[in-house]
Design a protein around this ligand. Structure first.
Ligand code: UDP
Ligand code: MG
Length: 314
């Protein structure tokens, strides 16, 4: 029998999840009420009745807390805020849409009490999600693991338990563009897994449309690798070598075979100019992406602004 003499924090980022608050709490409560717990909802600028739903719950349970952002700052920033406010010895982050079964928290806590500092909920199957989402996710994790210096776990989302020392490390990080899955892995603390089958969303639709997925992927890749810059250099060498070969060819034809009539080649010129201009713009774009990251980092803006808190004493 393990001790229950610890404090559990559950962090839930929410963005327009009105239909999910009640069902989530009903299920979550059955798991957490055997512990000393707090549930921190981080409202990421919802415009529906989410805030009211949460406030109603806060009114008759002081362990349910709300941190409300002034606007939408994004899922990763909402999670970061949750870690900032969490007081627990371990912190579980979970999505609000019941795609992550709250019942798994018991197993995560068991693993944590055996000495692990990071316990991921591993998605054994995602058959209830769209083929597109699964394929793009697989492609992204394959790619990022090709380029990243530290392995980033696959089939793992932001449903995990972390020890308070991992929370402290995350809170002290000055990094602006946060890719928390990578940052948690980067810390290298003792890691374990528990498995589950991912369910469909309880209510509403995903807040990760393709545009946000791409931006998330680019943040992850640029935050964890400078290899794209190196690939661009290799590419430049290959193109320069081709150019050099073309130059020799042109010289030889022009000077060693001057009697030959030689004005054809417009197509070759046109194709190579347009192709290589495109290549250069892509290369500039890759460099620009890294410069943009430096720029936002040097601006030093806060990750989020809190407009209001409920049941949180500071
Ligand atoms: N979320 C958020 N801010 C956002 C987008 C999403 O706080 O800008 C929350 C959302 O309410 C949910 C979690 O992040 O609790 C995961 O989002 P979602 O379920 O839409 O992502 P998916 O499961 O489709 O990847
Ligand atoms: Mg979801």
């Amino acid at each position: 029998m393990t001790t229950r003499d610890f404090h559990l924090s559950v962090v839930i980022p929410v963005f327009n999840e009105a239909g999910n608050i009640q069902p989530l709490l009903t299920r979550l409560m059955q798991t957490v009420d055997k512990y000393r717990y707090e549930i921190i909802f981080v409202d990421d600028g919802s415009t529906d009745t989410t805030i009211q739903e949460i406030k109603d719950e806060c009114a008759h349970n002081p362990h349910i807390k709300l941190v409300r952002f002034s606007r939408n700052f994004g899922h990763q920033n909402a999670l970061s805020a949750g870690y900032n406010f969490a007081k627990g010895d371990c912190v579980v982050s979970i999505d609000a849409d019941l795609q992550d079964p709250p019942e798994l928290i018991d197993q995560m806590i068991d693993a944590w009490q055996k000495g692990l500092h990071i316990v991921y909920a591993h998605r054994k199957s995602r058959t209830k999600e769209s083929v597109f989402k699964r394929l793009t996710a697989r492609l992204f994790y394959w790619f990022i693991n090709q380029v990243s210096e530290v392995p980033i776990p696959t089939e793992v989302g932001d449903y995990r338990l972390i020890d308070k020392k991992v929370v402290r490390y995350l809170n002290d990080l000055p990094e602006y563009a946060r890719f928390l899955r990578g940052l948690v892995a980067w810390s290298g603390y003792l890691t374990g897994y528990v498995s589950f089958d991912r369910s469909p969303r309880h209510s509403g639709t995903t807040h990760y449309p393709l545009r946000k997925m791409i931006s998330f992927a680019v943040t992850g890749i640029t935050a964890f690798s400078t290899k794209p810059l190196r690939v661009v250099i290799y590419f430049g060498f290959i193109i320069a070598t081709l150019g050099l070969m073309g130059m020799f060819y042109a010289f030889i034809r022009r000077f060693l075979l001057p009697h030959e009539y030689w004005v054809t080649g417009w197509t070759a010129l046109f194709v190579s100019i347009t192709f290589f201009s495109g290549v250069q713009i892509v290369i500039l774009g890759v460099i620009g992406e890294y410069i943009g990251r430096i720029f936002t980092q040097t601006q030093g803006r806060p990750l989020y602004l809190v407009d209001e808190t409920v049941n949180i004493e500071r």
